[in-house]
Write a protein that binds this ligand. Sequence first.
Ligand code: 13P
Ligand code: SF4
Length: 363
Amino acid sequence: MNINISFPPDAMRNLSLEELDARISVAKSRLGDKLLILGHHYQSDEVIRYADHRGDSFGLAKAAAQTDAEYIVFCGVHFMAETADILTSPDQKVFIPDVTAGCSLADCAEIDQVEDAWKIIHALGACRITPITYVNSGADLKAFCGRNGGLVCTSSNAKAAIEWALERSEKLFFFPDQHLGRNTAFKMGIPLDEMVVWDLEKPLGGNTPEDIQKAKIILWDGYCCVHQEFNAAYVKNLRKKDSSINVIIHPECNFELAQTADYMGSTAYIIRVIEESSAGTRWAVATEKNLVNRLKNQYSDKHIEILQSFEPFCETMAKITTVNLCYQLEQLVQGNLINQVVVEEKYCKEALKAVNRMLGLKI
Ligand code: 13P
Ligand code: SF4
């Protein structure tokens, strides 16, 4: 299928926020129930106010699975829109206002690399292995998990996904985010010496055959560059200055930092914990700046700061703007189905199997 990729004309970039707001409101009302706008928590304030539903990756996947809307416009990154396409029926269409809004973590693992590693790991031992892919991955990797008895997970259900997989096999192959895999498994009581990292630049992923045979969890060497900006040394200094500070982090942060944190969980979890905390409590948050600043503005009765001296920022999430959202909606009003996200037919069925296993987890 040929996708019609289209960017807003230059003239639209000069529109004021008020003009864009008026045009987006008109387009939204023209599209009515036909349209559902989904917005991830890392979207800017200007964009997220147009979302009919905001959420973490898991919440947005569920919203996509439940809607009857014909057009789903995704304000987030590409893998999230792909997951929505996997979960919706063939007569529903998913769009992303900028098709180049990718994810550096999802880009860390390619299907050929994963398949090569899978073959090598199997050749080293006959035991059953379950693959788990973090939702931040391509549809081809989700399909790989579907056809090999595995599943997808998000940061809000990684524990349940690992439990599910360990009930069925002795070993897990977890990709692409090593940190989510390690932090979650360690919290579940799996020691670090039962985990190895698969470095694709090295033979056997940088391990001995015995290491791989012994390991319970094989972690892909992937990471999110935004969450690697946070570190444990910063926490140590902060705690010296502020003994009542609560440290809350996203599980894409590194292991050393996770050991110093008071709370760890998905973006929706971070919001919930801070929302439910008492007035006057103090919070240092390790996740993307748009979310932290929004929490800061929303809960002025609490002290909320970012866990760094600068503001880590997801450039790809920020590719969705009021300008390209407005353009996307106006094109849809005119019947121009631009920037549609279509998962290749050959991946859909198997990827859906892996996503549905996730949706069926008891959490
Ligand atoms: P959540 O599922 O927690 O929203 O995380 C998605 C993500 O990309 C975090 O970097
Ligand atoms: Fe991907 Fe990291 Fe951005 Fe999340 S914050 S979308 S993992 S690059």
